[in-house]
Design a binder for this molecule. Structure first.
Ligand code: CFM
Length: 539
């Protein structure tokens, strides 16, 4: 079905009052590749509009749930009403694999101070201290992270002072996060706050040196559905030592030791770019963006690691692994492509997957016609080249910017500026860069930031895509319209989808979804029912 995205955009905006129409018109963009290499500007990382059903989550979710939560032996203690804990309890499929049955793993637990009205009126610090002591005596963790929920900020409890006091009393690492849900416009603010905490309280605490030659950290990989396990296996087989991930399947110790690596690989740019930047400034570790979603993207990323370390043995092993894995991928890919070629997809997820997963669809001949992030910033859409021109608004000013300087003893540039320049002269070897989603989408594709439910319905009606990718909040509403919805946050109990083995899983799952005949039995709201229900006579 051919849709004129410009006409559709105007139709969508019609329903909004004038001010809102103006605002949304800047967040709904028709992609275009301009001669100077730029793409259109999109309004992103601004407040959602009251009354609109957004996909977004809160700052606390980004800090506790996304960045810190997946690390298994940091005990997470939520200071707030119990609901904030309950709704963040095991809702993200970040998997972990403790070294042994005895090793500490707190991921299954849900610790909360369970604030009551009395604590709101008289303050909750005393209760928080008691909770920290109780948690310490029950679990004997290496570290405790305290997360602030909205009421904590509103009543002014000082979680940082409590953390300092408890750290002195109990002798373990205890730190707090001012990640109240309202602190930023989305979970993205929580990522930044969590990154700052990792940098201030954990990274650099353990000086154990490793003898391996090719040491990396994988940043922004949260081991959803086991993605991180697949990647660790590939890296191992290539002979690359992964010191730590941030933060899927990680431990306090791996993160504390991560500054001994020689390269930081950034998977999810949105959630962790701050750590990458700060580690480079303090310790001299360069970072580069990688993408392990999609078989060709995985191969490309592995080859870039080989180039960085400039070692022929490593490069040869990488080629062996790629050849072995690609042979398996290609069989499934060809079969699935024959059934999916020409079909269309829409992707609305977080701050990186709406971009990364387009690659997997391309590999089976499917086209992404509309995509958008929940909470991405302009650099995630348009590329990091827009960063110097970004204005810091009041909502972003709310979040601490750490002034990082080189560590007097531990700053050790891993590559000289000349080496970096030589590497960058090769194709595909950019450091400190992310090209963004829009430059890699077709011209005329629609890009929508912080899409509302109303807008979702309108684009579905207009394009009738073969698949819509989002989360649990969208899933069943979309499927009632006769369009399959794949959850790209949780993978619908499926996955892993990263690396080569993950690509095979994804191709098979998408094949089943888009080619299932059941969808034609649903009557979408825009189609009149074929038969009127029989009138039932009233007695
Ligand atoms: Fe990064 Fe993520 Fe994402 Fe994200 Fe997330 Fe997630 Fe996501 Mo859900 S860290 S931005 S805050 S890739 S939980 S693992 S799937 S919205 S696109």
């Amino acid at each position: 079905m051919s849709v004129d995205p410009r006409v559709l955009k105007e139709e969508i905006l019609q329903i909004y009052p004038k001010k809102l129409r103006q605002k949304r018109s800047e967040s709904i963009v028709i992609n275009e590749h301009r001669e100077d290499g730029s793409v259109p500007e999109i309004k992103a990382n601004v407040r959602s509009n009251p009354g609109i059903i957004t996909q977004r989550g809160c700052t606390y979710a980004g800090c506790k749930g996304v960045v810190i939560g997946p690390s298994r032996d940091i005990l997470s203690l939520v200071h707030g009403p119990i609901g904030c804990s309950f709704y963040a309890w095991l809702t993200r499929r970040n998997q972990t694999r403790p070294e042994s049955l005895e090793a500490q793993n707190f991921i299954n637990y849900c610790l909360s101070t369970d604030m009551q009205e009395e604590n709101i009126v008289f303050g909750g610090e005393k209760k928080l201290k008691e909770a920290v002591r109780e948690a310490f005596h029950l679990f004997h963790p290496k570290a405790i992270a305290i997360f602030s929920t909205c009421p904590v900020g509103l009543i002014g409890d000082d979680v940082h002072a409590v953390a300092r006091e408890m750290k002195a009393e109990l002798g373990i690492n205890i730190f707090g996060f001012s990640c109240e849900g309202y602190r930023g416009v989305s979970q993205s603010a929580g990522h930044h706050i969590a990154n700052n905490g990792l940098f201030k309280h954990i990274i650099g605490n353990d000086e154990t040196e490793h003898t391996e030659r090719f040491k990396i950290n994988l940043l922004g990989e949260y081991n959803i559905g086991g993605d991180g396990f697949v990647l660790e296996d590939i890296l191992n087989r290539c002979g690359i030592k992964q010191i730590s991930t941030f933060s899927g399947n990680s431990t306090y110790a791996t993160m504390a030791n991560s500054h001994t690596a020689d390269l930081n690989l950034v998977m999810c740019h949105r959630s962790i770019n701050y750590v990458a930047e700060m580690m480079e400034k303090r310790f001299g570790i360069p970072w580069m963006k990688v993408n392990f979603i999609g078989a060709t993207a995985t191969a490309k990323s592995l080859r870039r690691i080989g180039e960085y370390f400039e070692d022929d043995g490593l490069k040869a092993r990488i080629e062996e692994v790629i050849a072995e894995e690609m042979a398996k991928v290609e069989v499934v890919q060809a079969l699935v492509k024959s059934r999916c070629q020409g079909k269309t997809a829409m992707l609305f997820v977080g701050g990186s997957r709406a971009h990364h997963y387009q690659q997997l669809f391309t590999e089976i001949g499917m086209k992404t016609v509309v995509a958008g992030y929940e909470f991405g910033h302009r650099d995630d859409y348009e590329g990091r080249k827009v960063l110097p021109g970004l204005k810091v608004d009041a909502d972003s000013k709310n979040i601490e910017e750490i002034d990082v300087v080189p560590d007097p003893e531990r700053f050790r540039p891993r590559r000289t500026p000349e080496q970096i320049a030589r590497l960058e002269a090769m194709t595909e070897m950019e450091f400190r860069d992310y090209v963004g989603m829009m430059p890699e989408m077709d011209s005329d594709a629609m890009v929508i930031d912080d899409i509302s439910h109303y807008e979702t319905e309108r684009i579905l009606e207009a394009y009738r895509p073969d698949i819509f990718c989002a989360g649990i909040k969208e899933k069943f509403g979309v499927q009632k319209m006769g369009i399959p919805c794949k959850q790209l946050h949780s993978y619908d109990y499926g996955g892993p989808y990263a690396g080569f083995a993950g690509a095979i899983n994804f191709f098979n799952d998408i094949d089943r979804l888009v080619n299932m005949k059941i969808w034609r039995y649903a009557t979408p709201p825009w189609q009149p029912p074929t038969e009127q229900p029989e009138q039932v006579a009233a007695d």
